[in-house]
Design a protein around this ligand. Structure first.
Ligand SMILES: Nc1ncnc2c1ncn2[C@@H]1O[C@H](COP(=O)(O)OP(=O)(O)OP(=O)(O)O)[C@@H](O)[C@H]1O
Length: 512
């Protein structure tokens, strides 16, 4: 049992540990935390700049970011620390005085920046494209969309990786001792090592190891907790409606005013819809001509359903109407004004859009989703924005669920929040892009009923849809597209009961 005793004396010399404990805390722990925290903060600043450069459109920004990352990620940490700490020692002395501590922080930050830049870049790029599209459709500029939605979402996703980086910095801070720190600047490892030399055993180093674990292990658990919390929010109030039937009753209880059918002319329409005139519109993705001379008139306060086979250009036509894509030729007039002559952000204040995949902002509650563009784009005071958002949510039957995040709502409920979000901006025209295609069948009815109610209230609507029943019942005009052209347009009876072209007949035979 001699070896066991040797082991104990080497690692478990309690006296040696007790002796070094005070300086381990007051000097080592303090300096390790300063080194790790300062280099993480500075690394985040560097990393943020690298990430923005790395996803920029400009090659001249991407290239230096790439070179920086390759160098500082590729070099062993100790090489960077020695090059910076010793290579720049003279300049360092002039700026910071005799201590190598600031240069140590700088070296750790440069290394951390390279990793953090990559973490941020992948985080930002992992945010779905639809999020930026939703921002633009709500008339945010690219910069606003990035700042308000995409970057915060990206950062939340990379939070665990950032904490890992901090843990890495805690460990790498032990390398700074190679720069010959002053006694008062020693970090955990150096304090342990110095004492190990004095006592002649490894117990102080074991204690140093324990200190590292005491910092890093709780952090890992903390970040997991934060991650779950950020993802799900403060829910705990149950999730979305259990069934489509529940959703229908939710809508029946909604505050949406239901005027008599438009044709009866008994009720004054609630919305002042705008008119749209499309003239000889063409659009191409690179060499692929997608729209080939489209002419279409959408009268104010009417519902136009656009139907046609997949790939015929329906969504692209819709996206031209709020310039999410730019036409190649032709023109679109909104109440007589060319939308191509307007600033896209101004146009999108007048034209709302609802997407197939909802594109709600996942880190915001239903209420915040609806409020965001009111406070940020229309610059309304929060109180007023809140009042409007609550009213719109009540109209779509979701007053009770305003504090839920999208993850806690059913697809149908999410889509109704998206409609409330579009309505809140008081648009003259709303574009609906296959908004029920991603929904379970029993949830479709609630959303379609809501759209029909909006149509009856005089909202101008352009609806790309595969729901032929809805088009027949609700549309004032149905447009059949094929291969980038409008093949037939007319009232629902004409299109569904008396199709003229072979292509429309074939299409109807397949879908009805
Ligand atoms: N971002 C894009 N880049 C390149 N090509 C695209 C892009 N978006 C669409 N296309 C192509 O443009 C054509 C028209 O697409 P669009 O989405 O407008 O059709 P659609 O009639 O709405 O079809 P679906 O009902 O399947 O959505 C298709 O051939 C499609 O592959």
């Amino acid at each position: 049992m001699n070896w066991l005793e040797n082991l104990r004396r080497s690692f478990l010399d309690w006296d040696a540990m007790a002796e070094v404990l005070p300086s381990m805390i007051s000097v080592g722990l303090k300096n390790t935390l300063i080194l790790a925290a300062a280099s993480t903060v500075l690394g985040v600043v560097i990393g943020m700049a690298l990430a923005v450069m790395g996803i920029s459109q400009s090659r001249w920004l991407r290239l230096p970011a790439r070179i920086y990352t390759d160098i500082f990620r590729g070099l062993p940490a100790i090489v960077t620390i020695l090059i910076i700490g010793q290579g720049f020692a003279r300049i360092g002395r002039e700026i910071f005085g005799p201590s190598p501590f600031p240069l140590g922080i700088l070296a750790l930050s440069l290394i951390a920046g390279a990793y953090i830049g990559e973490i941020f870049r992948s985080g930002i790029q992992s945010v779905e494209r639809g999020q930026m599209e939703a921002c633009r459709a709500l008339s945010m500029s690219y910069g606003q969309g990035m700042r308000l939605i995409v970057i915060p979402q990206g950062i939340r996703r990379v939070l665990p990786a950032l904490v890992n980086q901090f843990i890495g910095n805690v460990k790498d801070s032990s390398l700074v001792y190679f720069l010959g720190l002053l006694a008062s600047e020693r970090e955990i490892f150096r304090v342990g090592q110095d004492q190990a030399v004095v006592t002649g055993n490894l117990s102080p180093l074991l204690l140093a190891g324990v200190f590292y674990l005491v910092i890093t292990v709780p952090l890992t658990h903390l970040v997991n907790y934060i991650d779950v919390r950020l993802r799900l929010g403060k829910q705990g109030r149950g999730t979305g409606a259990a069934s489509g039937l529940a959703e229908v009753s939710e809508l029946q209880a909604a505050a949406v005013p239901q005027p008599a059918a438009k044709s009866s002319g008994e009720t004054k329409p609630r919305f002042q819809g705008g008119a749209l005139n499309i003239r000889d519109l063409s659009m191409a993705y690179g060499d692929l001509d997608v729209l080939k001379g489209v002419d279409l008139d959408i009268a104010a306060g009417t519902v136009t359903c656009i139907i046609g086979p997949s790939g015929s250009g329906k969504s692209t036509l819709l996206r031209c109407m709020n310039r999410l894509v730019e036409p190649k030729g032709g023109d679109i007039l909104l109440d007589g004004d060319s939308i191509l002559a307007m600033k896209p952000e101004r146009l999108r204040r007048r034209v709302g859009m609802v997407f197939q995949h909802f594109n709600l902002f996942p880190d915001h509650t239903a209420l915040e989703n609806v409020m965001l563009s009111l406070t940020k784009i229309k610059k309304m005071p929060r109180q007023e924005a809140r009042r409007i958002a609550e009213a719109r949510l009540a109209e779509v039957g979701l007053a009770e669920r305003r504090d839920h995040r999208p993850a806690g709502l059913s697809g149908g409920q999410q889509q109704r929040v998206a409609i409330a979000r579009a309505l809140a901006m008081d648009p003259e025209l709303i574009l609906f892009d296959e908004v029920t295609s991603a929904l379970d069948p029993e949830l479709v009815k609630g959303v379609l009923d809501l759209m029909a109610a909006l149509g009856r209230q005089g909202m101008t609507m352009a609806v790309v849809t595969h729901e032929m029943g809805f088009a027949r019942k609700v549309a004032d005009q149905v447009v059949f597209m094929d291969e980038g052209r409008i093949v037939e347009a007319g009232c629902p009876q004409q299109i569904f009961d008396n199709p003229q072209s072979e292509r429309l007949k074939r299409f109807l035979a397949e879908v009805l």
